[in-house]
Design a protein around this ligand. Structure first.
Ligand code: ADP
Ligand code: MG
Length: 387
């Protein structure tokens, strides 16, 4: 979408006049390192092309008025002089949270009119929630002429997701949406937030995201249950070695020695996390030295571990991964995101992307009668001001 078109849309909603700013916040996909973030481990995400735009202009009355093209007829309204709490419409909590926390930090803000326009699907596991939070903060800071350290910005948005969306997420999503770098993935240490950017050569690799379009809710408590199981494992390992504060600290040897003291299920959860941290670090090395076949095998191993040890996959996603691995030009494929549906991510040789997209859609359609949404993307910069 062009800037001119975005501004026309804004004017249609809010009327003309004033200087307009346009902010972009991307979605993200995690290449490897799943369910490691809350275990203080490693993740390897990149920012993607699908995105959310915030077209905005300052107001002088201290009010914030936000509309979204996805929710026609619904307006989020709040006053910067009052207390901002959770409220209606529901989607407005992704705007309310960040603004409330900016105010709590004492950042001087000005009112705004804002129109949100997205190409990033909502609720598809590509972190539209973090894009909403980060884009909101960038828009508010831009209008106020303020700036904020990138890590502080990510942490503020994470807290907004905890407090206003009731999602106890790790720090990965907000970090990559804030700090992504074009043509690079980010090896992020979720313990100290240190990061290393690893180049993804466009001529050699394309990242393809396949949305299964399924979301199995089950009882909804799976995420909390996995976290508790990880904590249980940490308590056990901590008894033998007090330096162990998170599964991040458990070595492969300690894991094997501890096997007899843990229930089978808690052992397998721990084995996933310990192995996934190793795979994530190896994967970054493989990409750096262009060992793509090996990188792809690590993705597949990650998937198998999430399926068998962590038990967060579903048949549709397993089918997509299996199918991808049998297609030409595919290095690797795995589920990405929390699990129970959502998307897979595949590393594909550029010249085979077109056939990949066609064939995976066709296979999925004939097996499950569902239209998968498949797109290729390169890594992009994190959120920024376009104008
Ligand atoms: P994901 O982050 O995987 O896309 P979440 O359930 O975490 O899914 O966040 C999705 C929520 O974010 C939506 O339910 C909605 O409230 C909000 N959201 C995302 N995109 C938009 C948008 N373009 N306009 C308004 N709200 C949005
Ligand atoms: Mg989300």
């Amino acid at each position: 979408m062009t800037l001119a078109k975005l501004k026309t849309e804004f004017t249609r909603e809010f009327g003309s006049g004033g200087r307009l700013h346009v902010i972009r916040a991307p979605g993200r996909v995690n290449l490897i390192g799943e369910h490691t973030d809350y275990n203080e481990g490693f993740v390897f995400p990149m920012a993607i092309e699908p995105q959310i735009f915030f077209v905005c202009r300052p107001r002088t009355d201290g009010k914030v008025v936000v509309k979204s093209s996805l929710f026609p007829g619904s307006t989020a309204e709040m006053s910067l002089s009052g207390r901002i709490t959770k409220g209606e419409p529901k989607w407005s909590n992704y705007v309310r949270g960040p603004i409330a926390l900016l105010l709590a930090k004492g950042v001087p803000l000005v009112g705004m009119d804002c129109l949100i326009i997205n190409t990033l699907p909502m609720g598809g596991g590509l972190s539209s929630s973090a894009a909403m939070e980060v884009g909101t903060v960038r828009a508010m800071l831009t209008l106020a002429g303020e700036s904020m350290d990138e890590s502080a910005l990510a942490q503020l948005c994470q807290k907004a997701e905890h407090d206003f969306a009731d999602v106890p997420c790790g720090i990965m999503d907000q970090t990559i949406v804030v700090s992504g770098k074009a043509d690079h993935a980010m090896l992020l240490d979720c313990r100290d937030l240190s990061r290393r950017f690893v180049p993804l050569d466009k001529d050699e690799l394309t990242v393809v995201v396949t949305n299964s379009m399924v979301k199995h809710e089950l009882s909804g408590g799976e995420y909390a249950e996995r976290r508790q199981q990880c904590e249980e494992a940490v308590r056990y390992f901590g008894k033998t070695d007090p330096a162990i504060r998170a599964l991040r600290d458990v070595t492969r040897e300690q894991l094997e020695t501890g096997r007899t003291g843990l229930s089978d299920v808690v052992f397998r959860r721990a084995r996933h996390v310990v192995g996934e941290n190793e795979r994530c670090l190896k994967f970054a090395e493989c990409l750096t030295s262009r060992r793509y076949e090996q990188a792809g095998q690590l993705m597949l191993q990650s998937h198998e571990s999430l399926r068998d040890d962590y038990e967060v996959s579903v048949p549709e996603i397993d089918f997509l991964v299996q199918t991808a691995m049998n297609l030409k030009g595919v290095y690797g494929s795995r589920m990405t995101g929390g699990g129970f549906g959502g998307c897979t991510v595949s590393l594909v040789q550029p010249r085979f992307v077109e056939s990949f997209v066609q064939e995976i859609r066709q296979a999925y359609q004939s097996r499950f009668r569902i239209e998968a949404v498949v797109f290729a993307t390169h890594a992009t910069d994190g959120a920024g001001v376009l104008e």
